[in-house]
Design a protein around this ligand. Structure first.
Ligand code: HEC
Ligand code: HEC
Length: 389
C-alpha cells in the first residue's frame, strides 16, 4: 500500500507538481475527509434531502419513477446503486442528428402515476411512436464524482482526440448537452454538471419541477388533465436543490482497505497490467480539479479511472444516441467501488468483471484482446486490482 502510494506520488509529481490527493473515506457514503464544520453541515442536510421521500402534495408526479433520490441510489450506502433501470428512447432525424424525443418523454419514460392522474386512465409514459432505439440505463455509484464536476472544461477538451491524431486507435470526444454545452455526466456525457443533474433528476425521475425545469411534462408530452398537478411550480427551491448537489459533490471516493501483503503484490501487478493492456488510455486513473470553494476539493488530484470522454465501444453495446454521442458511444465508466457491485456496464448485462471486459469492442478492442492474451495469473491480478478500486 505504502509502496503503491509512493510510486503513484512520484509519477504524478512529475506530471502535475505536488498536487494534493483527495483522501479516501473510511466507509462508502462518507463525506470527503477534511471538510469544515459548515461544509459537513451542508453535506448532512443534503443527505437528508437526498434520502427524503417527497409526497404528492410536495410535487412528486403526476408522472414519476420514484419519490426519493435514494430509492435508486442506495446500495450498499446512500449515493450508491439500485435495481431500477431507467428507459430512454431516441431516433435519428432525416439530417442524421439525434432526436432525444424530449417533448414526447423519450429522454426518460416515467413508469408511475399519482392516484389522481391514474383516475384519468393515465398510468405511465408509453414508448413514443417515433422511437427507433431504446436504452435501459442502470443506476451508477455517485461516490467520488465531486472531483469530476470540478475538472476544468479546457482540460476535457485538451484530453480529447476526436480524430485519433496520435494514431493509437483510441479517439475520445467531449460530451455535449442538448443546448450545446460541454457534457460530462450521464452515461452519454449529455449533462454538464452535478447542479444540472440534480435538477434533471428531480424533473425526470421524480416529476418535481425546479427553477431550471419549471413546467411539468404531461404524459408523453400531452397536456395534463386539469387538477392533476396541484403543487405550485417550481416544486423544489434552489436552496434545497443546492444542498443535494453539495451532498453529491462532497461524497468521498470509496475506501481502499489495506490489503494483505500477498494481495498488495497482486494488486500492484494488476495495476501495471491495467496500464500495459491499454485500459488506462480511457480509464485514466486520476483527474485534477480546478478551483473550488470546498478546500478539500480545491485543485486536488482524485482517483476516478475515467477521462470523462465519449468512446465508441462497438455495435454489441449499442443503445440510444445523444446530442454528442452515437448509439455505440459511451462516457468512460469511472471504476470506483467495483468490489461493492455485482453486475456491470450501462444495462448491467455483465455479471462478472471478465464479461464486462470481454464486451469491450470498438476503440477498446485492442485492450480487450490484450487482456484476453494475458496468462490466467495476470488476468487474475488485473481483476484483483479492479476490485481494489
Ligand atoms: C428512478 C431511479 C433514479 C432516481 C430516483 C434518481 N436517479 Fe440519479 N441516476 C439514475 C440513473 C439510471 C442514472 C444514469 C443516467 C444516465 O446515465 O443518463 C443516474 C445518474 C445520476 C447522476 C450522474 C452520475 C454519473 O456518473 O454521471 C447523478 C449526479 C445523479 N443520478 C443524481 C441523482 C439525484 C441528485 C437524484 C434525486 C434528485 C437522483 N439521482 C434520483 C437513476 C435515478
Ligand atoms: C476505448 C476506451 C476504453 C478502454 C480502452 C477500456 N474501457 Fe472499460 N469502459 C469504457 C466505457 C466507455 C465503458 C462504459 C460501457 C458501458 O457502460 O456499456 C467501460 C466500462 C468498463 C467497466 C464496467 C464498469 C461499470 O461501472 O459497469 C469495466 C469493469 C471496465 N470498463 C474495465 C476495463 C478494463 C479492465 C479495460 C482494459 C482491459 C478497459 N475497461 C478498457 C471504455 C474503455
Amino acid at each position: 500500500m505504502l509502496a503503491r502510494l509512493v510510486v503513484g506520488g512520484v509519477i504524478s509529481g512529475a506530471i502535475s507538481g505536488c498536487t494534493r490527493q483527495v483522501p479516501e473515506a473510511q466507509a462508502l457514503g462518507d463525506p470527503v475527509p477534511g471538510l469544515t464544520d459548515d461544509e459537513l453541515a451542508r453535506f448532512e442536510a443534503g443527505r437528508a434531502l437526498f434520502d427524503r421521500v417527497f409526497s404528492v402534495e410536495e410535487g412528486t408526479g403526476p408522472l414519476f419513477n420514484e419519490n426519493q433520490c435514494s430509492a435508486c441510489h442506495t446500495v450498499p450506502a446512500v449515493g450508491g446503486t439500485g435495481e431500477q433501470l431507467v428507459i430512454k428512447a431516441t431516433r435519428r432525424r432525416g439530417d442524421g442528428s439525434c432526436d432525444i424525443l424530449a417533448s414526447e418523454s423519450g429522454e426518460n419514460l416515467r413508469r408511475q402515476a399519482t392516484p389522481v392522474l391514474a383516475r384519468h386512465g393515465i398510468e405511465r409514459d408509453t414508448l413514443p411512436s417515433a422511437t427507433a432505439d431504446i436504452a435501459t440505463f442502470s443506476v451508477p455509484f455517485l461516490f467520488g464524482l465531486g472531483a469530476a464536476d470540478l475538472v476544468p472544461e479546457d482540460a476535457l477538451r485538451a484530453a480529447a482526440d476526436p480524430d485519433d491524431a496520435d494514431g493509437d486507435g483510441i479517439s475520445g470526444r467531449v460530451g455535449l448537452t442538448p443546448d450545446g454545452r460541454v457534457g460530462r455526466f450521464g452515461r452519454k456525457a449529455d449533462v454538464a454538471s452535478l447542479h444540472d443533474f440534480t435538477h434533471l433528476a428531480f424533473f425526470n425521475e421524480m416529476g418535481i419541477t425546479t427553477t431550471s425545469h419549471p413546467v411539468e411534462r404531461g404524459p408523453n408530452g400531452a397536456p395534463l388533465p386539469p387538477g392533476t398537478d396541484p403543487a405550485p411550480d417550481p416544486e423544489i427551491d434552489d436552496a434545497s436543490a443546492d444542498l443535494i448537489t453539495d451532498f453529491v459533490r462532497m461524497l468521498a471516493p470509496p475506501p481502499r482497505p489495506t490489503p494483505t501483503p500477498d494481495a498488495a503484490a497482486l494488486i500492484e501487478r494488476g495495476e501495471a497490467l491495467f496500464t500495459a493492456t491499454g485500459c488506462a488510455a480511457c480509464h485514466t486513473p486520476h483527474v485534477t480539479t480546478g478551483p473550488s470553494a470546498v478546500a478539500a476539493l480545491d485543485r486536488v488530484r482524485a482517483r476516478l479511472y475515467s477521462d470523462l470522454l465519449l468512446h465508441d465501444l462497438g455495435p454489441a453495446l449499442a443503445s440510444t444516441c445523444a446530442p454528442g454521442a452515437s448509439e455505440t458511444e459511451y462516457r468512460t465508466a469511472p471504476l470506483l467501488g467495483l468490489a461493492a457491485r455485482r453486475s456491470y456496464l450501462h444495462d448491467l448485462r455483465a455479471f462478472s468483471l471478465e464479461r464486462a471486459i470481454e464486451l469491450h469492442g470498438g476503440e477498446a478492442q485492442g485492450a480487450r484482446d490484450a487482456f484476453a492474451a494475458l496468462s490466467v495469473l495476470d488476468q487474475q491480478a488485473l481483476l484483483r486490482f479492479l476490485r481494489s478500486l
